[in-house]
Design a protein around this ligand. Structure first.
Ligand SMILES: [Zn+2]
Length: 344
């Protein structure tokens, strides 16, 4: 089996994907048509080609947050949000993902409340037939500090109502805005209510915040770029991460295309992998970065010389880091089956 086929066919676990950043071009075009048929004017026509970032352009991490507003135009009514959720889950399914924790910030629009936004995604996940197992992580946006209590209350309410679907809460958004300490009491409350926590951590050098985040001991962190001393971190926080064994969600293409990392070969994957820090590959925003989870696995194998047997075990180990523990055995059995069938 060649590497492309292996990466596509091996059952994979996606743990770091933002719904609005994951919209593919074809999904966006379908949503545009749908809104036009409803007579709802959206302003995305001229912008849809802008909804992308590559390593060769001048856009940086901060530009990624403004790109989200393009997708937001298309997911502003419940029906188009449901379509976006459904089509995105099917794309992950077609790419060989067997489990996903999709994430999104509940948004108020002229056509729906925060609660309706959340309800729409949850019902789409629960009512449509998928072979992929879909779960939801509710995002708190660092740029909207005043919403944190309201979003946390919604997350707790929906976790109680649908514990199989709403499994976690996370902190994301522009890392240069806001302080982690502001969000800590709400995240603690969510955790006490049974939600698992993941934090975008170390996207920019900020040793004090990284220390506070690691000491909070989230169930996972995202990116962790500026933790190792070679990448804007220091020995103290690096050792803190290594000892904590907190799993890190790594998004290679996202880091390269936002210029957080100069190239694939300079990505901190290798430091984490060699230090046996638990890692899981993710896409972050497959629409914006024109990638897929199978492509991330292929790039990882090619860049760091990971052989097929080790590559598929990266996917297997990801089962240990999912937020719905009761699904762990089903998923790991499925990946083990693939390993045995292909003598990997
Ligand atoms: Zn992210």
């Amino acid at each position: 089996m060649n590497l492309d086929t292996l990466c596509r066919e091996m059952p994979k676990i996606e743990l770091h994907a933002h719904l609005n950043g994951s919209l593919s071009r074809s999904t966006m075009l379908s949503l545009q048509r749908y809104l036009a048929d409803l007579g709802i004017k959206d302003k995305t026509n001229v912008f849809i080609n802008e909804f992308q970032m590559s390593s060769g352009d001048s856009k940086t991490l901060l530009d990624a947050f403004s790109l989200f507003t393009i997708a937001h135009e298309l997911t502003s009514v419940p029906e188009s949000l449901a379509m976006a959720t459904d089509m995105t889950l099917r794309e992950f399914e077609e790419d060989g993902c067997c489990y996903i924790e999709l994430r999104s910030t509940p948004r108020q629009t002229p056509h729906m409340t925060h609660k309706q936004y959340l309800e729409t995604i949850v019902q789409t996940m629960r009512n449509e037939k998928f072979s992929i197992i879909p779960c939801l992580i509710i995002s708190i946006n660092r740029s909207s500090p005043n919403d944190v209590e309201m979003i946390t209350n919604l997350a707790i309410e929906y976790h109680r109502k649908y514990p199989d679907t709403v499994v976690g809460i996370e902190l994301s958004g522009n890392p240069a805005v806001g302080r982690f300490s502001h969000f800590l009491p709400s995240l603690t409350r969510a955790r006490e209510a049974g939600l698992k926590v993941t934090l975008h951590c170390g996207e920019i050098p900020n040793q004090q915040e990284i220390t506070e985040m690691l000491k909070f001991r989230p169930e996972r962190i995202g990116h962790g770029v500026c933790i190792h001393p070679n990448y804007g971190g220091n020995e103290e926080i690096w050792q803190l991460l290594c000892k904590s064994q907190i799993p890190v969600e790594l998004c290679l293409t996202s880091n390269v295309n936002t210029k957080s990392t100069p190239s694939y070969s300079a990505h901190h994957f290798k430091e984490l992998y060699n230090a046996n820090v638990p890692i899981v590959l993710g896409t972050d925003d497959k629409g914006i970065f024109a990638t897929s989870l199978s492509q991330e696995y292929r790039i990882c194998a090619e860049t760091f010389g990971i052989d097929p047997s080790k590559l598929v075990r990266l996917s297997l180990r990801a089962c240990d880091y999912i937020f719905s523990h009761d699904k762990k055995k089903t998923l790991s059995d499925r990946i083990l089956n693939f390993i045995n069938k292909n003598a990997l």
